[in-house]
Design a binder for this molecule. Structure first.
Ligand code: SF4
Length: 237
């Protein structure tokens, strides 16, 4: 790969659908390629079947600058897998954009950004046994080994001016795992922690109700997926 290019699955302008900046008009750049394989991954075209074209950093920065919005979101896949992401975020910030990096938090790099949006992967992210995309269970084993690295999470928390920790939840037992992870980390506030019900459709009330309760009890935030509500789960949104 050229040292000035990145594999890009898509770029688009939309509203940020998740997290502290929900609703903010943003230019998204989605890197193709991921070191994990979440069973419920909502962007399989950037992970399970990563497909992207090599795009020069300079061209991407120019596209971000010309997008007409003030926020850029560097997402994936897993953007932190790629050394070149540092040049991309630096260029976008140099162009005057606020930059969010969306990462699962398993790879550390010294990269400039304004908001480090970390989504640590819980046990519920494991691909199921017998998943037809992983017939030999190779990714299942690899995913389990890689999905949580507390040392990397801590360095990411310390290295950015603002941060959020978004946890995808499926069942109440996930709260125990989340508290276990948070208990090993410092440098976060309750308002940085977000719970996001799993799914690519608007979540059912029975899932929403205990997530709301858990957030209220702990001072955490409920993270919905505005883009799913507004546009459905489709590319370019
Ligand atoms: S880390 Fe993100 S992009 Fe990678 S497999 Fe999981 S949900 Fe998909």
């Amino acid at each position: 790969m050229s040292s000035t290019a990145l594999p890009i699955a898509e770029t688009f302008v939309s509203l940020q659908g998740e997290g502290k900046l929900t609703g903010v008009p943003s230019w998204f750049v989605r890197v193709a390629g991921c070191n994990l394989r979440c069973g419920w991954c909502d962007t399989p075209y950037a992970s399970w079947e990563a497909a992207g074209e090599q795009r020069e950093i300079a061209g991407l920065v120019e596209e971000g600058r010309a997008s007409g919005v003030a926020h850029a979101v560097v997402t994936g896949g897993e953007p932190m897998m790629f050394e070149e992401v540092g040049a991309l975020t630096q260029g976008l910030r140099g162009a005057g954009l606020h930059v969010t990096i969306e990462t699962a938090g398993t790879v550390f790099r010294e990269v400039a950004c304004d908001l480090m949006s970390i989504s640590p992967k819980l046990a519920n992210s494991m691909p199921a046994e017998g998943d037809t995309r992983d017939p030999l269970g190779v990714w299942r084993a690899r995913h389990e080994k890689r999905r949580l690295d507390v040392g990397v999470l801590q360095r990411l928390l310390e290295g950015s001016p603002d941060r959020q920790l978004k946890f995808v939840v499926c069942k109440q037992a996930d709260l125990t795992e989340i508290e276990g992870v948070l208990g090993q980390l410092s440098g976060w506030q309750p308002g940085d922690v977000q719970l996001m019900p799993e799914g690519t459709v608007v979540p059912k009330p029975e899932l929403v109700s205990w997530v709301v309760e858990a957030c209220v009890e702990r001072g955490w935030r409920y993270c919905h997926r505005l883009h799913v509500e507004l546009f459905g789960n489709r590319l370019g949104t």
